[in-house]
Design a protein around this ligand. Sequence first.
Ligand code: NAD
Ligand code: WQD
Length: 342
Amino acid sequence: MKVLVTGGCGYIGAHTIVDLINNGFDVVSVDSNIRSSTQLLDGIEKITGKKIRNYKVDLCNLEDTHAVFHENRDIVGVIHFAALKTVPESVADPLFYFHNNLASLVNVLKCVKEFNIPNLVFSSSCSVYGNTTELPVVEATPLGEAQSPYARTKQMGEQMIQDYSKVNDTQSILLRYFNPVGAHPSALIGELPLGRPDNLVPVITQTAIGKIPKLTVFGHDYDTRDGSCIRDYIHVMDIANAHTKALQYLLDQKNTDNCEIFNLGTGNGVTVLEAIKAFEKISGVKLNYELGPRRPGDVIAIYANNNKAKQLLGWEPNIGIEDMMRTAWQWEVALRDRVLSN
Ligand code: NAD
Ligand code: WQD
């Protein structure tokens, strides 16, 4: 069975392709490489022995997108990862985000409709909940005000798919990821942030390896157990496996709703300082960090109730914070070693 993965050259797309292949699916990818190269496809080939075809196509271009669907009309589903994801960049240039993330989705939906593709899985984000105080967050928790244009593209993307699914035959799943981190245990694929990263785990590993001089903990006077913010970090391979399970759930026609939503988190809240300690423990590296001011727009704490995904998809996240840090660190070291050997 063949699956079309958009954004397959990116971080979560690449890990998901590995999981799909391990579960017997064939995969084709569409990625314009606006935020990636084909480097992770090489890693996928080393891990699985399968060469993945990538169509270097901007999904905002309907004609080119249509041509990909036309050539792959035998696909059983689309997993749509392709999007821009940097929160501060979206604040600085909202139109860039609205155009890229939403025009591409409209085009994907147009092709899904025209070619009668039965199943669609969409990458959403816990950022759709906004500044919620209801913890842990369940799928039915009302969505708050989006804190950035990026988050708004995820709220709007969800609504577009919900409206579309009401009047079309496609069955859809919206997966709300919490904080995906870590890398494949082979260290052949992982996250490749362009420029200086904003997310905690790449900042930790890049500080440890010396690319960044110092990590600042954004806020240490919050009303939490150690004063720093709480997030639900989840290993990217657990996230990846949820996509295979979601697709299988749709293929088995187990869904009762045309568009179902699932939270993908571990359910465990971890503070920034706990994440740093976990990293120091597994790496043996003393991290150069300082306690600094709060970062504007940060929610104090957010973590998932993941019961729905466990019960309906039969999914179980089983990689803990130390292995998240271990694999992220092994990937960072592998990246450095590759540069040194070239
Ligand atoms: P990524 O940047 O590594 O991968 C996204 C890929 O999409 C990139 O390879 C990029 O080149 C491609 N792309 C972007 N716009 C495109 C377009 N118009 N046409 C074709 N390709 C295009 O990001 P990721 O971390 O793998 O994220 C994947 C998805 O998950 C995104 O939708 C993101 O918003 C969502 N998400 C990510 C996180 C996270 O923390 N990484 C959290 C929640 C949700
Ligand atoms: C985590 C914690 C920071 C860097 C973002 C997006 C969200 C989703 C996931 C896509 C926070 C703290 C960070 C640093 C720090 N992405 N931190 N020093 O903000 O939860 O979510 O990624 O959908 O939409 O907003 O993740 O990794 O940036 O931060 O102290 O140098 O680490 O304040 O408490 P966040 P993050």
